[in-house]
Design a protein around this ligand. Structure first.
Ligand SMILES: Cc1ncc(COP(=O)(O)O)c(C=O)c1O
Length: 362
């Protein structure tokens, strides 16, 4: 079984993270940290923003959380009230809308497609009715598309003009193929940034993420964090601090993803499928399977049974049009992706030929 359904890096944490975790265990007990995390880690994350983005951040604005997932809960509770309306791109990461729903916040879906490179635009926002918030992700899941500087400028200007709180999910920063991703912190000091050690740092199971909070939400988020979580896991924070010693190795891993991406794109082209959201970053291909004339859930079930390749039907990311799309993750190791390509090309070609025959008979 080849796992191209998971958004989880095929390689584990960098060695320096594991060494730091071992050393921390030897110094046990590992008690609670401060509610927003170990000061040394908050300082190191702030330094990372200076080194990678040229942004000078006060470490006091950084809050360590239980993954980006925990960060969403804090951010949404701090920024919004029950009944508020928050917009997001559809297709998008499903937990955004699920968490918003659970908190009684109204989700306003912005249907995006190839014309918008699967990203929200001010024109779509103009038509969305009154809004309190907007969630963006660049690179995005499930598409991998990114917002460039001018698009971010336009979106942040729109949010400022309409007093809309922007939440920028920057979890795929560091995993980009053509140009680096720009942080929204360059554009909007009222925005909330969400990030994580799960993707670039390859530490999914350590459950550690972070928020960069605007000054006006810092106290509210602190009280929520203390009451909801006390603190993020201390052992993971020590490991994360160690991980910063291996940034060069983590950067080098991007070449492996790029290789996987290019191989998969070539295989899909060879199979005759070419309508793909431009995968600028992250490790996903969002493929239009409309020409195959079959629902995505059915296609991915058959693919799993017949050639042992697991993918994710688009329905998970877009309840309206997702049945025409498949998300293929290339986060797995290179041998798994190469083998998946070998199996996929003849299988997809046969499905396309079948669909063509059904069309001409019909
Ligand atoms: C866009 C996006 N945001 C957030 C998350 C959650 O990440 P974490 O493991 O940090 O909770 C994911 C996980 O796949 C994701 O794709």
């Amino acid at each position: 079984m080849l796992h191209l359904e998971l958004g989880e890096p095929g390689s584990g944490p960098p060695p320096s993270a594991l060494r730091a975790a071992h050393a921390a265990l030897d110094r046990a007990p590992l008690g609670y940290s401060e509610a927003f995390g170990l000061p040394a880690l908050r300082q190191r994350i702030a330094q990372h923003y200076l080194e990678r983005h040229g942004v000078d951040l006060e470490p006091s604005r950084i809050a360590l959380t239980m993954g980006a997932s925990g960060a969403f809960i804090l951010a949404f509770l701090a920024a919004f009230d029950v009944g508020d309306r928050v917009a997001l791109a559809e297709p998008g990461y499903p937990a955004y809308r699920n968490i918003l729903h659970a908190l009684g916040i109204e989700v306003v879906a912005l249907p995006v497609g190839f014309a918008e490179r699967f990203q929200p635009t001010p024109e779509l926002l103009d038509r969305a009715g009154p809004l309190d918030g907007l969630i963006i992700a660049s690179p995005a899941n499930p598409t991998g598309t990114m917002l460039d500087r001018s698009e971010l400028t336009r979106l942040t200007a729109w949010c400022r003009a309409h007093d809309v709180r922007l939440i920028s999910d920057e979890i795929y920063h560091g995993i980009t193929y053509d140009s680096p991703a720009e942080t929204v912190l360059h554009h909007d000091d009222r925005a909330i940034v969400v990030n994580s050690f799960s993707k670039f740092f390859c530490m999914t199971g350590w459950r550690l993420g972070w928020l960069v909070l605007p000054e006006d939400l810092r106290q509210a988020a602190l009280r929520l964090a203390q009451n909801l979580f006390i603190a993020a896991p201390t052992i993971s924070q020590h490991a994360a601090l160690g991980a910063f010693h291996d940034l060069a190795e983590l950067d080098a891993r991007i070449a492996g993803y790029r290789h996987n991406r290019d191989r998969l794109l070539a295989a899909l082209r060879e199979a005759g499928l070419a309508r793909i959201a431009p995968p600028d970053g992250a490790f996903y291909i969002y493929l239009d399977i409309g020409d195959l004339g079959v629902d995505a859930a059915e296609l991915s079930r058959r693919m799993l049974e017949e050639i042992g390749v697991a993918t994710t039907p688009g329905n998970d990311f877009d309840p309206v049009r997702g049945h025409r799309f498949l998300r293929i993750s290339f986060a797995a190791d290179e041998t798994a992706v190469a083998e998946a390509c070998r199996r996929l090309v003849p299988w997809l070609r046969t499905r396309l030929a079948e669909a063509g025959r059904a069309l001409s008979l019909g």
